[in-house]
Ligand binder design. Sequence first.
Ligand SMILES: [Zn+2]
Ligand SMILES: [Zn+2]
Length: 364
Amino acid sequence: MRTTVGWHAEPGNGAGTTPTLRRAPLERRDLRPDDVAVRVDYCGVCHTDLHALRAAGADGSGPRPLVPGHEFTGVVTETGTEVTRFRAGDPVAVGNIVDSCGACAMCRIGQENFCHDFPTLTYGGTDRGDGSTTLGGYSRAYVLGERFAYALPAGLDPAAAAPLLCAGITVWEPLRALGAGPGTSVAVAGLGGLGHLAVKFAAALGADTSVISRSPGKAEDARRLGARGFVVSTDAEQLAAARDRFDIVIDTVSAPHDLGGYLRLVALDGTLSHLGHLGPVTLETLDLLIGRKKLSSAGSGGRRGTAEMLAFCAAHGITADIELLPSARVNEALDRLDRGDVRHRFVLDLSDLDGSGRQGPTDG
Ligand SMILES: [Zn+2]
Ligand SMILES: [Zn+2]
């Protein structure tokens, strides 16, 4: 085993509280023949991290131990004896899946994210080799099988590229699967981590791209990201004008909400792709019936789709818009994410974990 340092959920905060993160050592396994060891340089802060922390605090149902983080970039430091795709020094990116069965129908078509045996999550998952609970990228080192490490293309800023590996791929796969491109119209609801990347992707794919938002003040930001249209979702006139207009509506709103409002903006035979929120939804089937509309969802991506997205990003110069913070400020980042106070994704710089450990305000 090798010891590194990471940000752990504080145990025993009690029911109903969201645990804060505390700096502490953690162990990584010795390399298996197909493993790579990665020095984690940058890790994005995802809504899932917040949910996992809440679950851990609410009733203990969340993963224990818990080190969040599942969209990170770094550099390979060591390779197992059978690794063929990487060498020490290679820049790499890792997302929210680190293993899958490799044999089921989904794995065979490159949708490892839908593995019938459930993909091994980057944190809070169960390692297929030793049964241990996986610990995430809010740490200075990670060890994983090379299948789920991706070469980070030259030219992509490694800090701003980190969010591509969860937020990015989660919107990339549905946009591709639904045929976003020239001659199609795409609307994106929500301009957080997922939404702002969906706008950049849809525009770069050649779709006529719009943003749906409650806040008229976000129109300028939407345009800067590549949107040509903007619909204020609290304005009845604008909603009426946008009725049945978009071939694809990408819904990245993370709070539970009724789907009717967005479905009414979907064009004949178009699709609402509901991505930001997991759990039950309310829906009037007439909103599907009128216009033969489809409701869809997706999450994460397969190895092929992820590699394709990274190549597209390199070709089009696309990365996330980020606020980069030293990892010692992780609790502040989570708190601000919870309040929606981020443009558009926090990324932690984990190099401060190399120091003595005295610099963190939450330390000790
Ligand atoms: Zn995520
Ligand atoms: Zn599988």
